[in-house]
Ligand binder design. Structure first.
Ligand code: IPD
Ligand code: CA
Ligand code: CA
Ligand code: CA
Length: 267
């Protein structure tokens, strides 16, 4: 079994995120195919697939025995058969990519035996690289990120995507979020979970909540938040998984417990 080569893995993650982001920006200016995955609000473009393919190629050229879990599944494998797993979302915020041409990101995380070791979220439109290595802190470009500001729930700027989830209505979380919206300073919806979590790490948002996300949406963002001094868990407070869907809450530690009380759901 190979040892975990943290430094070269981190370097490749950063390099891959930049390559992927630049490719997305370039392809965005040319015509590309857009398909519905499951509905008119669930898009995938030829660019998502091409970017994922390029990322897979880069990762396997350097680490042929690592596993890859990608949203577009251009490379199908059982994620749990590998010690080291790359979790990639080539374009997080595909709807923004198509409509706004801004507010999308590349998300890459690397897990070793289930533990998040490296997390990168790259916003190519603003050339912002959010980067974290386990135990070594989180950075935005060259600036180290610290969530050392005390923020109460009343002073918090929160971000969510729960409104768009049909299950939210079934379990009544739409009402919970409505109540929460009346309590906090403001609510935002940006449309890229990875970027929203990176913004929590950077202190641009104080918290992010979602009913249901995939590991490629939150895999990198959770390490960014944790390494900046925040907390990222399921809404129940349990640890986030690396291989299944999960609810997510990520925030400044000052009001984590209070926010969890608000989101008091069993799953
Ligand atoms: C989506 C974005 C969005 C979140 C959705 C995700 P995609 O990812 O992160 O903010 O609300 O749940 O599926 O499909 O654009 O990569
Ligand atoms: Ca998608
Ligand atoms: Ca995504
Ligand atoms: Ca995606």
């Amino acid at each position: 079994m190979q040892s975990f080569q943290l430094e070269s893995i981190a370097k490749t993650a950063k390099e891959g995120a930049r390559m992927a982001g630049e490719l997305s920006l370039k392809r965005m200016k040319q015509p590309y195919e857009v398909e519905y995955k499951t509905s008119a609000s669930d898009l995938v473009t030829a660019v998502d697939k091409e970017v994922e393919e390029q990322l897979v190629k880069l990762i396997l050229s350097r680490f042929p025995d690592h596993g890859i879990l990608g949203e577009e599944s251009t490379f199908k494998q059982d994620p749990n058969q590998f010690d080291t797993l790359w979790i990639i979302d080539p374009i997080d915020g595909t709807t923004n990519f198509v409509h706004q041409q801004i507010n999308f990101s590349v998300s890459i995380s690397v897990y070793h035996r289930g533990e998040a070791m490296v997390g990168v979220v790259y916003d190519p439109s603003r050339d912002e690289m959010f980067f974290a290595v386990k135990g070594e802190g989180a950075y935005l470009n060259d600036r180290k990120l610290h969530l050392d500001r005390q923020v109460t729930l009343e002073e918090a700027l929160l971000c969510t995507s729960v409104f768009w989830n049909k299950r939210a209505e079934q379990i009544g979380i739409d009402q919970i979020v409505k109540k929460l919206a009346g309590k906090v300073r403001g609510m935002r919806l940006l449309g890229s979970a990875a970027l929203e979590m990176a913004y929590v790490a950077a202190g641009r948002l104080d918290g992010y909540v979602s009913m249901s996300l995939n590991p490629w949406d939150f895999g990198a963002g959770r390490l960014l938040v944790e390494e900046a001094g925040g907390i990222a868990t399921r809404m129940t407070g349990e640890p986030l998984p690396h291989d299944s869907k999960s609810s997510v809450m990520a925030c400044n530690p000052t009001f984590y417990e209070e926010l969890k009380q608000y989101l008091n759901i069993s799953k």
